[in-house]
Design a protein. Sequence first.
Length: 159
Amino acid sequence: MIGTLIPRPVNLMQPAVSKRRSRLAVIEQQEGMTMMSRLVLFLVRLGAGMFLGAVLATTAGATHEVYHRYTVWGEVLYEDGTPLANETIHLTVRGGTPLGTIDTDEKGRYRLVLHVHDPDVNKVFDMTVRDVTQKIRLEFDPKDHETERGKRVDFEIKK
């Protein structure tokens, strides 16, 4: 299964209220709670924290284990060689289902890391910049867990 795009970290834990206010609300809530209720609340929070930690550890682990990582990098340039800075590249799987986006830097370069598994070999996805689309096939030897997996994909855009 093609999975996680690593380069753009997302803050999943944006509080709706300030930390101080939310702590006060929790303390006020807990004053009327029995000791058993407080223990259950603590265990629920602990379980949610462990789950979130496992998800984040899995995503981060993909950047360290060669056989779970497929890197796509390249440049987006106009025909005359001028880079397209801060241009959005759209990734989709067959059928047009969005996989994600990534932006080029000021020099028109990009780099993305996909979390892949051995059965993902030869799967295809599209990369689109403006009106230019390229089909990308995940090409690697599923028995080789030592060699970096990935490919360079450059775009040339008409002005």
